[in-house]
Design a protein around this ligand. Structure first.
Ligand SMILES: NC(=O)c1ccc[n+]([C@@H]2O[C@H](COP(=O)([O-])OP(=O)(O)OC[C@H]3O[C@@H](n4cnc5c(N)ncnc54)[C@H](O)[C@@H]3O)[C@@H](O)[C@H]2O)c1
Ligand SMILES: [Zn+2]
Length: 344
């Protein structure tokens, strides 16, 4: 078991890796406890937290709405939650984002705890205090940044995940290694198949290092003024790919990382051998590394609408080596050239 303390402006989060959800009560110590989960997690793991009052939400992005938050508020009211009570999200990134938002806003803030149950949520979504829901089809439009009191990563919960969900989580793990931890990158090169198979020692090691990267970055820049933006490596192109192809997030980010690594090589920041190392590792994690588009217009439009755009240029994360990232503004004209190379 490993504990990592994430200290940020909005509070301190204790991240516990390798702890069992059975010991939830040790961390949610004060007041009443309301668990928020989704129907799949309730079906697969519900008996592990059956001792708690629970609100079960529908699964999937279509349920990441204010209506789900209202359902949680309704139970808070029925249970007469108070400021020292806990709302604990047990589920994937969607449940964690909804539970975090409900906890941040009910009574202007009750305690929040998270038990992420997908690999993506354990290494990424539950760490860093961002929460929120979608509004009228716009992702994460409404939300806050507020650290939960604890984040408990029970690695046993991952055993019921479909293979594709494991690969998606690995896209973010490889991203963390590529931007900030060359040691983790080498470890993945040596142990990827064991980690993908959730071998106890390998996944524990990977989780500790990947979480430490995200926690370390958020520690210094909770509100994403500078360093935290590096976590967007692969996401400038990845988000656009996700939008135009409806590909799952992890797969789209994998292709995005390859495109942005290529751009890093073009700009003389990254040696080609390191681009190849990245591409090979992603492929071994069963993630796609190429994309062929019949038409580039949709993707160019999606990038134009990106939040990170500033006038004629867009803030992108490039690599200066494995384990070292740099924020660079690239011009939209350059983006168009790159996208047009994918057409054909
Ligand atoms: N707050 C942040 O910083 C942040 C960062 C990254 C992503 N996110 C958000 O996270 C969400 C994606 O998270 P996700 O990929 O975990 O999706 P998800 O929450 O939809 O979970 C994926 C699927 O796996 C199921 N599931 C969950 N745990 C399981 C388990 N142990 N075994 C079997 N099935 C299980 C869920 O019911 C769901 O159907 C997006 O909404 C995204 O915006 C937030
Ligand atoms: Zn991502």
């Amino acid at each position: 078991m490993k504990e990592i303390a994430l200290h940020a402006q909005s509070g301190t989060c204790k991240i516990i890796i390798g702890e069992s959800v059975d010991r939830l009560g040790r961390y949610a110590k004060s007041g009443k406890i309301l668990v928020v989960t989704d129907s799949s997690v309730a079906r697969l793991h519900g008996e592990r937290f059956s001792g708690y009052e629970t609100v079960v939400l529908g699964q999937g992005e279509k349920n990441k709405t204010l209506a789900s938050v209202q359902k949680v508020y309704g139970r808070c009211l029925e249970m007469e939650l108070e400021r020292d009570s806990f709302i604990v999200g047990i589920g994937g990134g969607i449940v964690c984002d909804i539970a975090g938002f409900a906890a941040a806003t009910y009574l202007r803030g009750v305690n929040c705890g998270l038990v992420p149950t997908t690999l993506l949520a354990q290494v990424d979504a539950s760490i860093g205090g961002k929460n929120g829901v979608n509004l009228k089809g716009y992702k994460n439009l409404v939300g806050t940044i507020r650290q939960p009191k604890f984040c408990l990563c029970d690695l046993d919960l991952l055993k019921t995940l479909p293979k594709d969900e494991i690969s998606s989580g690995f896209a973010e793990i490889i991203k963390h290694a590529a931007i900030a931890d060359s040691g983790l990158f080498s470890y993945l090169q040596d142990n990827l198949e064991d980690a993908l198979a959730l071998d106890k020692d390998a996944i524990y090691q990977v989780m500790c290092d990947a979480v430490a990267v995200k926690a370390g970055i958020v520690n210094g820049d909770e509100r994403e003024n500078s360093e935290r933006r590096k976590l967007n490596f692969g996401h400038t192109f990845g988000h656009a790919i996700e939008k135009v192809t409806a590909m799952p997030h992890g797969k789209a980010v994998s292709i995005g990382m390859v495109i942005e690594a290529n751009l890093s090589v073009d700009k003389g920041l990254l040696v080609d051998a390191d681009r190849i190392r990245l591409e090979r590792l992603l492929a071994r994690a069963n993630l796609p590394t190429t994309l062929s588009l019949s038409d580039g217009k949709g993707m160019i439009d999606a990038i134009r609408k990106d939040k990170k755009r500033n006038g004629d240029s867009i803030r992108t994360v490039l690599l200066q080596g494995i384990g070292k990232a740099k924020l660079i503004d690239i011009r939209l004209g350059e983006v168009e050239k790159i996208v047009n190379r994918l057409v054909g």
